[in-house]
Design a protein around this ligand. Structure first.
Ligand code: NAD
Length: 365
């Protein structure tokens, strides 16, 4: 088993990664639960994994209650948040009790936020079941929901006490979701780890077609990278954590244009967004054009969109820049852009001319 520690002082916690871990989860949860029943909130489409998990709890004599939430981004809403909080309160969950989020990033964000506000902060554990959630959203303590004004605009920093990652649950994940999560894996290489990008070029295809060792290695490497970044900047105040948003300024604009209806998955938008960030950097003379080409070639080789055209969106530069202005990271009219000097050499630029971005996007059609 691989263990990666997220070092955050008295909020530190381990991330455990092992194939088959879900069936042995009780070993790790019983000591934390200290005799109190677990409150499980699961994605309704991961029933098979919920059954594996609760069988492990039953055989270890750990008590539990479970509720399910409809699959999909629409569950990151005020309505579902209220339903989850009401159910946790009806069960009599106290601060000392463990709330378990079993599902992808939607469940992790929603249940993490419910835990953050329940009785001013209940303990919670992440058991992520998508590749995206395993390599990104389950680690770092960002929780929240979407509102009419936009995505993730209401939320809290609330760290889990433990993250249990079983790569075997990915066997049931649809290919398209797996590929979308893979974009976030490659992102760590693009940010500051050229050797890992090369590893992805060699192993990405095997990982996507079911190579367990490659999956475990990629997840562990990604979690370690995320843990390092979060430990350096837990509350996103010194610019380090912002590096994780590589591809997100362009990507969020694409997601907003697509309308969050499932036609463009978050990871697909991140892949296209990274391609655009590298192409824009190359157009500005910041990054060698061959690096941008190499990133796009990798996306194509694994079936991810390598720019605006493959997303099928037909939006003008002006419209996409308008979406960017609504991004929550825009402050004082300036948008921080993550650009690249090369693969593994990301830099934050707060002085990007949005007119140049608009003209660049208009050339992408
Ligand atoms: P998701 O949770 O919607 O899961 C994707 C789909 O896969 C869903 O239909 C779900 O039912 C299904 N699913 C989950 N696990 C499965 C399994 N093992 N087998 C079969 N089907 C399974 O989406 P996601 O991509 O995991 O997460 C996206 C969310 O994560 C977005 O809301 C995004 O804002 C958020 N996010 C948060 C952070 C953070 O730091 N908190 C970081 C990145 C993304």
């Amino acid at each position: 088993m691989k263990q990666i520690d997220v070092a955050l002082g008295d909020r530190s916690y381990p991330v455990l990664i092992e194939s088959g871990l879900l069936a042995r989860a009780a070993e790790h949860l019983a000591p934390l639960a200290a005799g109190h029943p677990l409150a499980i909130v699961a994605d309704q489409d991961v029933a098979q994994h919920l059954a594996t998990f609760t069988t492990s709890l039953d055989s270890a004599g750990v008590k539990w209650r479970a509720m399910t939430v409809p699959a999909g981004e629409a569950s990151k809403s005020w309505t579902t948040l209220a339903q989850v909080c009401d159910q946790l309160l009806a069960w009599g969950v106290e601060r000392r009790d463990l709330v378990i989020a079993l599902g992808g990033g939607v469940i992790g964000d929603l249940v993490g936020f419910a835990s953050a506000i329940l009785k001013r902060g209940a303990r919670f554990v992440q058991i992520p079941t998508t590749l995206l959630a395993q390599v990104d959203s389950s680690v770092g303590g960002k929780t929240g929901i979407n509102t009419a004004a936009g995505k993730n605009l209401v939320g809290a920093f609330h760290q889990p006490e433990l993250v249990l990652i079983d790569p075997r649950v990915l066997d049931t994940l649809p290919d398209r979701e797996l590929r979308a999560g893979y974009a976030e894996v490659v992102k760590y290489g693009l940010i500051d780890d050229f050797a890992f990008f090369e590893w992805c070029e060699r192993n990405g295809a095997a990982l996507l077609t079911g190579d367990t060792a490659a999956r475990e290695a990629a997840i562990a490497h990604s979690v370690a990278a995320k843990a390092r970044i979060v430990a350096a900047d837990e509350f996103e105040t010194n610019g380090t954590r912002a590096l994780l948003n590589l591809g997100h300024t362009f990507g969020h604009a694409l997601e907003a244009e697509a309308g969050f209806d499932g036609s463009l998955l978050h990871g697909e938008a991140v892949a296209a967004g990274c391609a655009l960030a590298f192409d824009f950097s190359a157009a500005q003379g910041l990054c060698p054009a061959q690096d941008a080409e190499r990133v796009k070639a990798h996306w194509r080789s694994v079936g991810l969109p390598d720019g605006l055209a493959p997303t099928g969106l037909r939006a003008s530069g002006a419209r996409l820049v308008e979406h960017m202005r609504h991004d929550k990271k825009a402050s004082g009219g300036n948008l921080p852009f993550l650009l690249a000097r090369g693969i593994g050499r990301t830099c934050l630029d707060r002085t990007v001319d949005l007119g140049a971005v608009e003209a660049f996007l208009d050339r992408q059609g």
